[in-house]
Ligand binder design. Structure first.
Ligand SMILES: [Zn+2]
Length: 161
């Protein structure tokens, strides 16, 4: 028997202004994206903003549905848009923010398991890291890459015999 350990580290910023300007800009985009969410059932509005290596920024928001499982997370929305419309561009960072009761949540909101899996696949597919920025009123968390969100992940290599 071997006991193994997987470590992940992240940076925590109590003040968003201590982040690089580019990250602050992406956070603003994520908050703006959240305000455009369609979340009449949960009233939990999530926004995701993705930055590409050429400086392009795109936004996505959660889209709910009366048939609950038909809804989409903000991260999934922005990833699908990215893959569909910018196949030649490399995403380098994603910022995620959520509004509850119309206000930015106190704590940063991490992506759900499904979206972590999707972010990981995109990172593996393009062969370079996608920084993850999770913001809340009291702090912002920055992870170097998407893989950090998902230790012992499932990837295409697991499909091989
Ligand atoms: Zn999700």
């Amino acid at each position: 028997m071997k006991e193994r350990e997987i470590r992940m580290t992240y940076r925590e910023y109590p003040d968003t202004h201590d982040l690089p300007e580019e990250d602050q800009m992406l956070i603003s985009e994520a908050v703006a994206a959240a305000s455009g969410a369609y979340a009449p059932y949960s009233r939990f509005m999530v926004g995701a903003a993705m930055l590409f290596d050429d400086g392009t920024v795109i936004r996505g928001a959660n889209v709910e549905n009366a048939a609950y499982p038909s809804g989409s997370c903000a991260e999934k929305t922005v990833l699908s848009y990215s893959v569909s419309n910018y196949p030649g561009k490399k995403p380098v960072a994603i910022a995620i923010a959520a509004l509850a009761g119309g206000k930015l949540t106190r704590e940063p909101v991490p992506p759900c398991g499904n979206c972590r899996q999707m972010l990981l696949e995109e990172e593996k597919r393009q062969g370079s890291e996608i920084k993850v920025i999770l913001t809340g009123k009291e702090k912002t968390i920055v992870l170097r890459n998407s893989e950090s969100l998902m230790p012992l992940h499932f990837t295409k290599s697991n499909l091989e015999p």
